[in-house]
Ligand binder design. Structure first.
Ligand code: AMP
Length: 394
């Protein structure tokens, strides 16, 4: 069932969106990317039907006003050009009445689903109460498809004939499938970020797909220590050291070229005005910590990226939040933009690399930016995701 072809006339459509957006201390939305992403789905449905939106928002412990979805109403209203109706509770009498009175062309948003622990617990009765508000279920929250929550997967069973993905999820799946199954060679993955533990499965899984695997960021130093290098006070996961030779062996066996940084920008503490040095990657001085890749590494990595036809980037290669340690990440982002301009397909995913692409104003210079962090990684890992399975299952 496709959103494009479905007839929503006179239907009340309950739509799971991901409106988990950042707010400032005046409770104003500071980055509306996720709300913006859901607009095509909302507008498509209200051409002929009515929309009931539901989302999680932050990590409330019970009902907490600072996590109320009412804070996003002005932004949603501005982006849709519509008055937005709001139900102070996602289930119960008010939600039922407001949903019942909703007319074609109108939008209602329910209060934060996570005010109920039943949401995360995947409670079937709670899911049934949400389901009773609508005639059709649309899931458009890609960032939450790896969760078996009431509103992301359990609810789907109440709509055996009338459930589908919204445009956000459809687009995500199309682009990730293009990356994984239709990729032009050479295919390069750039894996950065803080920890190897959160990326290990995806690194292993990608060995069967990519030609080049570039490693950067904090996890570099676990690789370097495992190979006998000196890493000073750099980030390290000692309990993962044993896995590194396995990864290296796996890459060799699969014919994947594994790129580990060769030089390192080190700091005497984790701050932007720390004293710095540049060393070989395996010779970080005692008391110093590696926070960025050096020029030699940048040159090698950018060369590989520019010669690639397919690129996946997940995670910064340094502490790009600090201006003195952002150089590597910035250069990688620029190289990806350059490769894209030359015809490569580039997919950026995972919160921090997306933040980096935005910081360097290159968002429109890459092929696709995923809205999912954990969900994207798990999908690439080849896991069956509950939010996707629930829609596909007959
Ligand atoms: P992740 O969520 O695992 O993708 O990690 C992203 C974070 O890793 C960013 O906030 C970076 O500042 C951080 N990071 C990148 N490189 C390093 C490094 N060499 N040492 C410590 N943290 C790093």
């Amino acid at each position: 069932m496709k959103i494009k072809n479905y007839n929503f006339t006179n239907k009340k459509v309950i739509v799971r969106v991901d409106f988990n957006v950042p707010l400032n201390d005046k409770f104003e939305v500071t980055d509306d990317t996720r709300i913006r992403a859901a607009i095509p789905t909302i507008l498509k449905i209200i051409e002929t039907g009515a929309v009931i939106l539901m989302s999680h928002f932050g990590r409330p412990k019970g009902r907490e006003e600072k996590f109320s979805l009412k804070h996003i109403l002005p932004t949603l209203s501005e982006l849709t050009g519509k008055k937005i109706f709001f139900a102070d509770d996602c289930i119960g009498e008010e939600a039922v009445n407001k949903a019942k009175n909703l007319k074609n062309g109108e939008i209602l948003i329910l209060e934060n689903l996570r005010f109920y622990k039943e949401e995360k617990n995947g409670d079937e009765i709670f899911a049934g109460k949400l389901a009773s508000l609508g005639d059709v279920f649309v899931n458009d929250a890609f960032g939450a498809v790896h969760r078996a929550h009431a509103s992301t997967s359990i609810i789907a069973k109440f709509f055996p004939e009338d459930k589908m993905f919204g445009f956000v999820i459809e687009n995500e799946l199309k682009n990730i499938d293009k990356l994984l199954n239709n990729s032009q060679k050479p295919f390069t993955a750039i894996m950065g970020g803080a920890k190897v533990s959160s990326k290990i499965t995806i690194i292993e899984n990608l060995m069967n797909k990519v030609d080049n695997m570039i490693i950067g960021g904090g996890m570099t130093y676990t690789f370097v220590k495992a190979e006998g290098g000196k890493i000073g006070n750099s980030l390290v996961e000692n309990e993962k050291l044993d896995l590194i030779p396995e990864i290296i062996k796996k890459a060799e066996k699969a014919g994947v070229k594994l790129y580990i940084p060769t030089d390192s920008v080190n700091a005497d503490n984790f701050s932007n005005d720390a004293k710095t040095e540049i060393t070989k990657i395996d010779n970080v001085s005692e008391g110093m910590m590696g926070l960025d890749i050096g020029e030699e590494t940048i040159k090698t990595f950018c060369e590989v990226i520019k010669n690639s036809s397919t690129i996946l980037w997940n995670g910064p290669v340094g502490v790009f939040e600090m201006s003195n340690f952002e150089n590597g990440t910035k250069k990688i982002a620029q190289a990806i933009a350059q490769a894209t301009k030359n015809g490569a397909f580039s997919l950026i995913g995972g919160g921090d690399s997306v933040a980096a692409i935005n910081k360097y104003k290159l968002a429109d210079k890459v092929s696709y930016i995923s809205t999912g962090g954990g969900a994207l990684l798990e999908y690439i890992e080849g896991k069956k995701l509950p939010g996707i399975e629930a829609i596909l299952k007959q």
